[in-house]
Ligand binder design. Structure first.
Ligand SMILES: NC(=O)c1ccc[n+]([C@@H]2O[C@H](COP(=O)([O-])OP(=O)(O)OC[C@H]3O[C@@H](n4cnc5c(N)ncnc54)[C@H](OP(=O)(O)O)[C@@H]3O)[C@@H](O)[C@H]2O)c1
Length: 323
């Protein structure tokens, strides 16, 4: 594994991190989940990304991660960076969703209990909540760090102007924001306009979620929809309607390019992200140890010739996909 400093902080993250959004819940195979986490750690993936609601059922990915950590990796806690988040609906009533102090404070306590951890390395506000004053959300995060429940703060899915305000507020209280987490991949390039330049200028790490567009930017859907794929699962967030003929035509061309580079399409898609100096790490998902290993193998070649990058830009020109 290779590591990059997270913005201008002293914390290094692995180029490839593992996310537990899908495939680690109580509907999934626990022994496979264990194998993937152990393989990841063995291969130098030190960063595991969680959220309160990952499952299904919501919370079960944290519970399973905690079980695996305590049975196999307890001695290695200090070698890991574990993150969690709160922001999306988690429990009923007005205090289980959004960005209120009430929700964030209760949620981190619940997440710590489920995982059995004493603290999270990074705690995120999972989304911008326009109904809660920004100051309330950010003050809650600052206080979470001051209480020792998290070491660093992260923002996810914030508009650029709100992210800037949040950074300034944290700086004023000497609890810097470490990292920004956003969707970014070959089919979805919106962060290039504002968020990536902002984070680079302000010295924040930028970590990518859904770097493979939930599996679309791999060979997964090139020959139809496999039975065990995310699209085929009723709880999967990727829908059949996302795999349009236009998207598939682009993916097919990207796949040809990847083959010429001697990489799988998954490897090339991740390499394209990691080729950018603004990207600290990519958080991959995986439903098998083989997929995970393929994603880790990406780091063997993240270089592109200028003509390859031009070819990619050219073939992707057209309407943005929404994954
Ligand atoms: N902050 C946020 O709001 C937010 C939102 C979404 C995600 N996230 C984070 O980002 C993480 C990653 O998101 P994601 O799961 O959407 O990431 P992704 O890496 O884009 O997609 C993962 C899926 O792609 C397929 N795949 C992965 N590697 C493959 C390979 N080498 N070959 C073929 N197929 C492969 C698998 O699909 P199959 O299951 O079909 O095999 C896998 O489940 C999450 O776990 C979470 O930690 C954060």
């Amino acid at each position: 594994m290779k590591y990059r400093f997270c913005g201008n902080s002293g914390l290094q993250l692995p180029l490839v991190s593992l996310g537990l959004w899908h495939n680690f819940g109580d509907v999934d195979d626990f022994s496979l989940a264990t194998d993937m986490i152990l393989r990841a750690f063995e291969q130098g993936i030190t960063h595991f990304d969680l959220a309160n609601n990952y499952g299904p059922s919501p919370g079960s990915a944290e519970t399973n991660f905690g079980k695996i950590l305590h049975s196999h990796l307890k001695a290695h806690r200090d070698e890991m960076v574990v993150s969690s988040k709160a922001g999306y609906p988690m429990w009923s009533g007005p205090y289980g969703d959004g960005g209120s102090r009430k929700y964030l404070m209760a949620s981190i306590d619940q997440s710590l209990k489920r995982t059995g951890l004493d603290y999270f390395d990074i705690f995120y506000t999972h989304r911008y909540d326009a109904q809660t004053p920004l100051e309330e959300t950010i003050q809650a995060l600052i206080d979470i760090v001051k209480q020792g429940k998290a070491l660093y703060i992260g923002l996810s899915r914030y508009p650029a102007d709100k992210a800037r305000q949040a950074y300034e507020m944290m700086d004023a209280q000497h609890v810097r924001c470490l990292i920004f987490q956003d969707k970014y991949n070959l089919l979805y390039r919106a962060p290039e306009a504002e968020l990536m330049p902002l984070n680079a200028t302000m010295g924040k790490g930028f970590i990518v979620f859904s770097p493979l567009a939930q599996g679309v930017l791999t060979n997964r859907y090139l020959n139809g929809i496999p039975e065990n794929s995310r699209v085929a699962k009723s709880h999967g967030f990727l829908k059949k309607t996302d795999i349009t003929p236009e998207v598939l035509a682009k993916v097919q061309k990207l796949n040809e390019l990847a083959q010429k580079r001697g990489q799988t399409l998954a490897e090339m898609s991740l390499a394209w992200l990691l080729n950018k100096k603004e990207v600290t790490s990519v958080i991959v998902g995986a439903s098998s140890v083989k997929q995970l290993q393929d994603n880790i193998d990406t780091i063997q070649n993240i270089d592109f010739a200028a003509e390859e990058l031009q070819r990619i830009d050219l073939l992707l020109r057209g309407p943005d996909s929404n994954r």
